[in-house]
Design a protein around this ligand. Structure first.
Ligand SMILES: NC(=O)c1ccc[n+]([C@@H]2O[C@H](COP(=O)([O-])OP(=O)(O)OC[C@H]3O[C@@H](n4cnc5c(N)ncnc54)[C@H](OP(=O)(O)O)[C@@H]3O)[C@@H](O)[C@H]2O)c1
Length: 263
């Protein structure tokens, strides 16, 4: 099976921590040159040091500081980036919207989430597609959520925007497949990251229990009886980015230990 990404360049968003960092490490372990994107230069420098120390195949990693709440600025910065090298792999990923019931959501929160998720994904695909078409190789993986299959409680804005991204992604897959570019979505289950600690830490506090007790309760509801590690989501992303996944296009892949009860 061909999993080698030697000579391939990957733009990995939301890569200063959590799932994005897990994806960057797994893609680097298959040989890709990684450009990390987030708002935190220090943390991204540390991720690069980690990759250089653990997995050195003579790769060339760098990072871009950008804020996904400003798609116009992102466009300008990435235009500069692609002058240096084209990208074969794009991992669309950023921070999730705040929790809360949909009835309480302000209209501005939907607009902000639409900008940060859908518009930024779209901006990046438009900028990177030429490089992928010229190379005859493109892999776009969007990190969304299992909520595209079954909406999650208390995540009103998030559930809404994930559905929009899934529809955008499927439409992109239809249009880009002819160029050797695949577009797929990874749907993480409960993954032990800062995002999960924040979401369920707050809920645990309300219920007067610790985060660890809450994590145990969540784990009990998952067939594999534990939370995911960010690296496990990263492995699925890296597989979809590999030559071996060439005929997988337009799918939603849950990586959730079997938690989602739909087929
Ligand atoms: N963890 C889970 O259980 C889970 C489950 C399903 C779906 N998801 C979704 O998967 C995605 C990643 O989750 P995660 O758990 O890895 O989240 P996380 O730990 O909060 O990490 C989010 C990443 O996105 C970056 N980011 C956040 N806001 C940004 C902005 N405005 N501009 C640029 N970068 C930004 C963060 O970097 P900086 O803060 O350094 O900029 C960080 O690298 C999220 O959309 C999340 O909702 C997570």
């Amino acid at each position: 099976m061909d999993l080698s990404l030697l000579g391939k360049n990957a733009l990995v968003c939301g890569a200063s921590r959590g799932i994005g960092k897990g994806a960057a490490i797994e893609l680097a372990s298959l040989g890709a040159n990684i450009t990390l994107v987030s708002r935190s230069a220090d943390k991204m420098s540390d991720v690069i040091k980690e990759m250089d120390m653990d997995i050195d195949k003579g790769q060339d990693h760098d990072f871009l500081v950008a804020d996904f709440s400003d798609p116009k600025d992102l466009r300008k910065k990435v235009k500069g980036l692609i002058l240096r090298r084209p990208y074969h792999i794009l991992i669309n990923n950023t921070g999730g919207p705040a929790a809360g019931p949909i009835l309480d959501a302000h209209t501005e929160s939907f607009e902000a989430a639409f900008q940060q998720h859908l518009i930024c994904n779209h901006t990046l695909v438009q900028l990177l597609k030429k490089g992928m078409i010229d190379a005859g190789y493109g892999r776009i993986v969007n990190v969304i959520s299992t909520s595209v299959k079954a909406p999650l409680d208390n995540l009103g804005v998030s559930n809404t925007i994930r559905g929009a991204v899934a529809s955008w992604s499927k439409t992109m897959a239809n249009e880009l497949g002819q160029f050797g570019i695949t577009v797929n979505n990874v749907l993480p289950g409960f993954t032990d990251t800062e995002r999960l600690r924040e979401l369920f830490g707050n809920q645990a506090q309300k219920e007067g229990i610790t985060y660890e007790e809450m994590a145990e309760r969540l784990s009990a509801s998952i067939p594999v009886k534990r939370l995911a590690h960010a690296k496990e989501i990263g492995s699925a992303i890296a597989f979809l980015a590999s030559p071996a996944a060439s005929y997988i296009n337009g799918i939603n892949m849950p990586v959730d230990g079997g938690r989602t009860r739909s087929l």
